[in-house]
Design a binder for this molecule. Structure first.
Ligand SMILES: [Zn+2]
Length: 322
């Protein structure tokens, strides 16, 4: 008998064969494009640490969304940057807050043809940059929940399909579900940032959303990067509290967590391929050290292979070229 008998290379011989047996796809329908809309600007502004990403005016927000939509991506996660910030982030839940304006503009533009997701947090809107009500240097959990509830209602009234609470307060999903139901928004779904880590990979986002904490950091509420078991507990709570989708953030350094959550979750699992993951690829590609397009596709493929049904990624537009 010739050696070897098993030759896995047989199925790698041509692109047609490889395509036939490929296990993981990245299709436009799997992707969610994050978009930033900023109050009080008349021209879109570049985000230096995230080449290709912009802080949008309402007009350029719709234009960018049209271009992404033309490539087949039909879901957008909207972040607002207000003109003025205060201690309790009141522009997050103002009916005419910039995020609500952006969501309304996109809904008018696309009707039911797209999925609109509102990032639900206070850090872009507070002058101290924390995700909730700050008292004596600590973010107060339960006082913050009240404001999340108001924000959820404001976003639901602006027409979102999903609200995406990202503040990692205990009980936030239950609180938001109750508030939405009581306000007559039983159809508005919740994509919970279930396992959001206190990661150093959010650096560029803080420039994009202008939300770096003025003092301290977020490790009192976001998860310790060293913990995986705890992520399953967080996801289980969120599912029990009524989350329709659970999310792991960041994605690449936490593929094991995505995989474990996907294993246990009865609801779809999303992963957020965050700003730092994007910036590293862009920076290395700019220097000619890597092929950025191929690395981006490989990264998003890996996130899908780990078990993410949906990937929130700044690469959404460029990954979908047709
Ligand atoms: Zn936040």
């Amino acid at each position: 008998m010739p050696f070897p008998v098993d030759r896995p290379r047989r199925l790698r011989r041509t692109e047609a064969l490889r395509s036939l047996v490929r296990e993981t796809d990245v299709l436009p329908r799997h992707l969610i494009a994050p978009l930033f809309v900023k109050a009080g600007i008349t021209e879109p502004e570049a985000i230096a640490s995230m080449p290709g990403q912009l802080q949008h005016t309402l007009e350029s927000l719709c234009k960018e969304a049209r271009e992404i939509h033309a490539r087949g991506v039909r879901a957008f996660l909207v972040f607002g940057i207000p003109a003025a910030k205060d201690a309790v982030g009141s522009q997050a839940y103002a009916p005419d807050g910039i995020s609500q304006q952006g969501l309304r503009a996109l809904r008018d533009e696309f009707g039911a043809d797209v999925v609109l997701i509102g990032d639900l947090c206070l850090c872009e809107y507070t002058d101290h940059g924390h995700c909730g009500v700050l008292e004596g240097g600590t973010v107060r959990n339960d006082a913050t929940l009240e404001l999340y509830a108001s924000t959820a209602i404001a976003q639901a009234e602006a027409g979102v399909d999903l609200v995406a609470p990202s503040g990692m307060m205990d009980g936030q999903v239950a609180m938001i579900r109750d508030a939405l139901d009581e306000a007559g928004h039983a159809e508005t779904a919740i994509m919970a940032y279930a396992a959001k880590y206190a990661s150093a990979h959010y650096g560029p986002f803080r420039e994009a959303a202008e939300c770096a904490p003025q003092e301290g950091d977020r490790s009192g509420y976001q998860m310790d990067p060293a913990n995986a078991r705890e992520a399953l507990r967080e996801a289980a709570f969120d599912i029990e509290e009524g989350a329709d989708i659970v999310m792991v953030k960041p994605a690449l350094p936490y593929l094991d967590v995505i995989s474990a959550v996907a294993e246990m979750s009865p609801v779809p699992v999303a992963a957020y391929n965050v700003s730092g993951e994007y910036a590293m690829v862009k920076a290395a590609a700019e220097r000619g050290w890597i092929d950025g397009d191929r690395v981006a596709l490989e990264h998003v493929t890996a996130i899908r292979r780990a078990g993410a049904d949906l990937v929130i990624t700044y690469f959404a537009k460029e990954l979908c070229t047709s």
